[in-house]
Write a protein that binds this ligand. Structure first.
Ligand code: URP
Ligand code: ZN
Ligand code: ZN
Ligand code: ZN
Length: 484
């Protein structure tokens, strides 16, 4: 039987090797990888190009209300299109529970919202209200549908669970093989800083960075890890922005915590000086955790190269710099009233390829791991994130030499700015496929709205991560409590 598509003459890059070769695709899957493949209804010449797994964007806010109820500018159509232009084949945005809402209702709501997606998608659940019914009934039902990860917050008054709530979620997650993701910032430290600054009238965007100190992240990362160790549950620290936080992650991985972590391009590219632009320009750079100093940015690059982080994710949180987004509470709103977050779903991979691979800070293979393969492993995307027979034909073909300057128009999102405007880039994803369908080619969208499909995910793979048994849970030492 012939192939539907053969991608030939490219350099195939995976998380552990790169070599010249051809890829045969049939019925949306990779069915052959070989030095040379004949045939193919369509043959795509990848001469001089790098052929890699399409990116998996595992941290994005799409068609989601912020903690204060502001809707993102991107819906699943614009969000998925933007992701595809940025070299992604798959997205795993968040499906967020409001307090009082059932998880079943959350899934039904996001099923409707996601219908127009041009890319395959799954969701991480955000849990803000872990009632008994959520813990014992609704979450197990969600796991059975393949939602095997969820995010909890240690900050924001309307979202943070407190340590006890986190322990409850971690325990349920452990029982089902799910992984808990955490936004780690100490809420009371931030609120206390907000009062200090407000008392002095210091409410311009630049004070956002001061209000969320590095200590607040470091303290919360450490606390989250100790909670996860007590429950012997896996934990994923999202958007690590501090060197201190990264050091704790490294240390605790060594000590046996079942720990995963990511950082984001904004923490590797920008600094808090970007918040200090004239007028309210700085509002575009308000995100949480906030941008840090140049020394922290360089330290995060070292951690990235050393392997502290499994992934680099965008934390795409698209709130326009107008009255629908950042300035819903007024054109001169004090920083605590600005929508938190910045866009970057299309920028993540081109920027990381350029600065990381072309810039000589990470290898091409590490780039593939950070952009797709590790997220597939961590989040149970068993048919995605790899180039091998049997996998979905989720593939991006990159021109590693093309040069451009980043612009808003290139992002193809619903935003009115990109924080990466004007950055010089080398390397462009020219063809992006999802399940063998070309989504983007020659700078144009080729896919129909609604072709993307929901996919359920497998439990977190903890092989090679032995974890810790605390004395309290060790039958030999627990004074006969029966705890384990
Ligand atoms: O500032 C950010 N990152 N906004 C999105 C929500 C979150 O905390 O991830
Ligand atoms: Zn967050
Ligand atoms: Zn986020
Ligand atoms: Zn374009």
């Amino acid at each position: 039987m012939d192939f539907d598509i053969v991608i030939h003459s490219g350099t195939i890059a995976t998380a552990d090797y790169s070599a010249r070769g051809d890829i045969g695709i049939r019925d949306g899957r990779i069915v052959a990888v070989a030095e040379r493949l004949a045939g193919g209804v369509r043959r795509i010449d990848a001469g001089g190009r790098i052929v890699m797994p399409g990116g998996i964007e595992a941290h994005a806010h799409i068609a989601q209300e912020s903690s204060s109820g502001i809707m993102t500018a991107d819906d699943y159509l614009s969000g998925s299109i933007s992701a595809a232009f940025g070299g992604n084949s798959t997205i795993i945005p968040f499906a967020a529970q409001h307090r009082g809402q059932s998880v079943d209702d959350v899934i039904a709501t996001y099923s409707q919202r996601a219908a127009p997606s041009v890319l395959d998608y799954s969701w991480h659940l955000i849990i803000t209200d872990p009632t008994e019914a959520v813990l014992t009934d609704q979450l197990p039902r969600a796991f059975a549908r393949g939602l095997t990860s969820f995010k909890v917050f240690m900050t924001y008054d309307l979202m943070n669970l407190g340590d006890g709530g986190m322990l409850d979620i971690l325990t349920v997650a452990r029982a089902h093989g799910a992984i808990t993701m955490v936004h780690a910032e100490n809420n009371d430290m931030v609120k206390w800083m907000n009062r200090q600054l407000a008392d002095r009238g210091l409410v311009a965007p630049k004070y956002h960075a001061i209000s969320r100190p590095e200590l607040a992240e470091e303290e919360a990362i450490n606390r989250a890890i100790q909670l996860a160790k007590l429950a012997d549950a896996p934990l994923f620290i999202v958007h690590v922005s501090t060197a201190g936080g990264a050091e704790i992650v490294r240390r605790e991985k060594f000590r046996g915590a079942k720990l995963f972590a990511e950082t984001c391009p904004q923490y590797l590219a920008l600094t808090r000086d970007d918040l200090d632009r004239p007028g309210m320009e700085g509002a575009k750079f308000v995100c949480s955790p906030p941008l840090r100093g140049a020394d922290t940015r360089e330290a995060l690059w070292h951690h990235l190269a050393m392997g502290t982080f499994e992934s680099v994710s965008s934390d795409h949180a698209p709130y326009r710099a107008d009255a629908t987004g950042k300035f819903l509470n007024g054109a001169e709103a004090p920083y605590p009233k600005l929508a938190n977050g910045m866009p970057g779903i299309a920028a993540r991979l081109p920027w990381l390829f350029s600065e990381g691979v072309v810039g000589g800070r990470i290898t091409l293979e590490h780039f593939v791991a950070l952009s797709a393969t590790n997220a597939a492993k961590t989040f149970g995307c068993t048919t995605k994130g790899r180039i091998a027979p049997g996998m979905d034909a989720d593939i991006a073909i990159w021109n590693p030499e093309a040069e451009r300057v980043m612009t808003l128009a290139d992002q193809h999102d619903a935003m009115d700015y990109t924080p990466f405007e004007g950055k010089r880039l080398t390397g462009v994803p020219e063809v992006v496929m999802n399940r063998g369908t070309v989504i983007v080619e020659a700078g144009a969208l080729k896919a129909e709205p609604g072709r993307g499909r929901f996919f359920g995910r497998a439990p977190v793979d903890l092989r090679g991560r032995p974890g810790v048994t605390l004395p309290e849970f060790d039958p030999a030492q627990n004074f006969g409590t029966g705890l384990r």
